[in-house]
Design a binder for this molecule. Structure first.
Ligand SMILES: [Zn+2]
Length: 321
């Protein structure tokens, strides 16, 4: 329960920018990005990417809020053929049920970890949220937020993939668009990245998040190793789960900054020093408007994760069964 309240408070901290309802924008030939955003008092949507195949559209990540998912549907105008979910967090997968309802025949690909999370972590979160919604003391604004996720979780079966991504590396061509896929475990236990071969666009999901790494269900060491493997992929631009599009140099800097942050957290320097180093390492990649929140976010993750007791810090490090 306390974890959930902390997450809700964190989500309020994460309200980085005013509502922005821009349409998907072209970032390469046949590649369109619908930016995820944090609106005041709302949980986030992750970035979504649409790829134009010879037989229709492929979507990477379906968002959480109806407005985000509907924009993707409107843009693809009845020709959405497949969805790949990078991982099971609801800001990347919550829109699956709505998409299936509106687009019959849709084929959804995701890791087997989605099923495990729905039966485990998400089932537990659902019970906690329901108790808070039923509790008269919970503020209405927080209850309204939780009802959005409860509605999504009530459609559990429609969130599941039709095809599981299980190999560390695989190739797919949904709707005729050639994709290379990788499976990692650093952020959520089952983190899929997608390389669009035609455009050299690497869609990394939450293996890269800005303005800070979102460590809620992460194993930091496995995340660091995943970043090293991402770096050797042949890409020109990288779309993170949250934040702006990066080039190769951007990923290199992010990885170094990430490892620097872990090293700093392992020592005894004040979190403010580690946050200052993070900001300086990523100068130019973190929007001015987000900088003041970075210390607050990192303070939270130091306490809840990076400097927590080993059983807390390492609880997502066990290999999936
Ligand atoms: Zn996310």
């Amino acid at each position: 329960m306390r974890h959930l309240l902390r997450s809700l408070l964190l989500s309020l901290l994460l309200c980085l920018s005013p509502p922005l309802r821009a349409a998907p924008e072209a970032i390469a030939d046949g590649v369109y990005l619908l930016r995820g955003h944090f609106e005041p008092g709302r949980q986030p949507d992750g970035n979504s990417v649409l790829l134009r195949g010879s037989e229709g559209w492929v979507l990477i990540d379906s968002g959480r809020h109806r407005a985000h998912t509907q924009q993707l549907l409107d843009f693809t105008a009845g020709d959405l053929k497949a969805v790949v979910n990078t991982h099971w967090h609801l800001d990347h997968l919550g829109g699956n049920a709505w998409l299936r309802e509106r687009q019959p025949g849709l084929l959804v690909y995701a890791s087997a970890e989605v099923e495990r999370a729905l039966a485990g972590w998400l089932a537990q979160t659902r019970r906690q949220m329901q108790a808070l919604v039923d509790d008269g003391k919970t503020p209405e604004a927080a209850r309204a937020q939780m009802r959005i996720d409860l509605d999504l979780l009530a459609q559990g079966a429609a969130l599941l993939p039709d095809r599981r991504i299980e190999a560390p590396l695989s190739a797919l061509a949904p709707a005729g668009r050639a994709l290379r896929l990788g499976l990692e475990s650093g952020v959520s236990g089952g983190d899929v990245w997608v390389l669009d071969e035609a455009s050299g666009t690497l869609i990394a999901g939450d293996l890269l998040t800005l303005p800070v790494p979102f460590l809620d269900t992460a194993c930091a060491e496995a995340w660091s190793a995943a970043l090293r493997r991402l770096e050797v992929q042949p890409f020109e631009r990288l779309v993170p789960g949250h934040g702006p599009v990066l080039d190769r140099a951007g990923l290199r800097r992010y990885r170094r900054a990430f490892d620097g942050l872990l090293a700093c957290a392992a020592g005894d320097r004040p979190v403010a020093d580690c946050a200052a180093a993070w900001l300086s390492d990523l100068d130019g990649l973190i929007a001015e408007a987000d900088k003041p929140r970075t210390l607050g976010l990192l303070s939270y993750y130091f306490k809840a994760h990076l400097r927590a007791a080993p059983e807390q810090r390492l609880r997502f490090c066990a290999a999936p069964p």
